[in-house]
Design a protein around this ligand. Sequence first.
Ligand code: COA
Length: 183
Amino acid sequence: MARKYTAAVTESRPEHRYVAVYPGSFDPITLGHLEIVERAARLFDEVVVAVGHHPTKPGFFSFEARVEMIEQSLAHIGNARAAHYSGLMIDFCRQIGARVIVRGLRAAGDFEPEFQMALANRELEPGVETVFLIPEPRKQFISSSLIREIASHGGPFQKFVPEPVAAAMMARYPNFYEVRRQA
Ligand code: COA
């Protein structure tokens, strides 16, 4: 027998809204990250791209600069916004009522640590589910440290990052990129 769906199922009540947190260092955000945000924004009501503090990563850009670059890079995605948190990402999820954590899986090497983190987060908060999205193959090799490395040598990193990030990176190496523009 065909199942009847009532209007209540599609009502936009707070408990029916799916807020997803996409946490990371985003130092800086890349086109690989941005593609994950775009995919997630099609699946969830709201996506919060959240800059967290990684215990062993010193940080190239400040938290504020990273959040600002993310905000500028997300301008075309209506249901995505940027934030930052300190402490556990799962506490941040609770704080904002998010029920989903989004993470990108680029290659087999990403799996083991992501698997551990997802299990740990599930132990800490069973109400929050981790969802993995796979970036398109041409973006799978991109990482923030790779971008920083190419830029530090004056290389053409710009095609891997959103425009606001390219501008901020070039400003960090003015002599390099000035020399290039004048050449
Ligand atoms: N496109 C491009 N690059 C991607 C990517 C994608 N789709 N997905 C991952 N990466 C890269 C990142 O650029 C980063 O590269 P880098 O190491 O060169 O900087 C790397 O993959 C992994 O980084 P990221 O996904 O940002 O995770 P992270 O390990 O740096 O940060 C935190 C993880 C910040 C979310 C996490 O440490 C945190 O929240 N810590 C707080 C404490 C906590 O809750 N820990 C978990 C306990 S279970």
